[in-house]
Design a protein around this ligand. Sequence first.
Ligand code: ADP
Ligand code: MG
Length: 262
Amino acid sequence: MAKVIAITNQKGGVGKTTTTVDLGAALSREKKKVLLVDFDPQGNLTSGLGIERKRPLTVLHMLQNEVAEVEYDVHDTIAKHETDEVNLDILPANKLLVTAETLFQSVEEDKELVLKKVLSQVKDEYDYILIDCPPSLSMLTINALGAADSVLIPVQPTKYSLDGLADLVKLVMVAQKSYNKDLDFEGIVYTLDTPTQVETRNIKQDVENAYGANIRIHDVTIPRLKDISSSPSYGVSVFDLAPTSNGALAYAKLAREVLENG
Ligand code: ADP
Ligand code: MG
């Protein structure tokens, strides 16, 4: 049975998609069977792995079928990224996923749990399912929280990184109280990190003071590196592009911390 991790932060550009792909790739290298779910209408995960034209079906079709109570098979939608280094399955998305917002509103009961029901078809087949969330606290994110066992929050340690974090933490607490009682925090992971800057260190201290008591802050941090930002241009993960780089090393360490967390 897969552990489902929602990778979420309503700030854009903090490394959610990158973390989904590269953590997924790192887990795959640890011999885990991994499914990545693109749950952002921007479809960056789908295009970043070069699979948008390989699959006409997207996660939106699965949500629509689930709501319409039509018979469907999630496997028809799953695309593959297979290289020497990694082996990933992907449930793709495109910009039409924005229409899921109105779709969810039309559901009378358990509108937070539509994605969970879709993923239940394949949950047995994977060790990890990682959901790449949109940069908003929308019904898409709420459905990701409804489907998840834990929440991983990438945080870029810059001046405004604490803004909005409280709202996200509250949204998770609401999920825990109502529609997903078993939801846990996987942790906070620093991304696009510039550890030598004094400002960065001060911000990390602020995050630690505000959340350290309740949310695990991962020891490993993901440095800002060209190897990491370049890989989507080649349609690959950092492990395909630069398997021995510090970027690959950092995501491999994060994978080990996630594995240790069970
Ligand atoms: P989000 O999904 O939160 O919007 P992305 O993963 O798309 O964020 O990252 C935003 C931008 O930053 C992308 O251009 C990405 O390639 C780049 N990026 C992400 N992580 C790193 C990193 N560790 N080092 C350098 N560039 C990064
Ligand atoms: Mg993204």
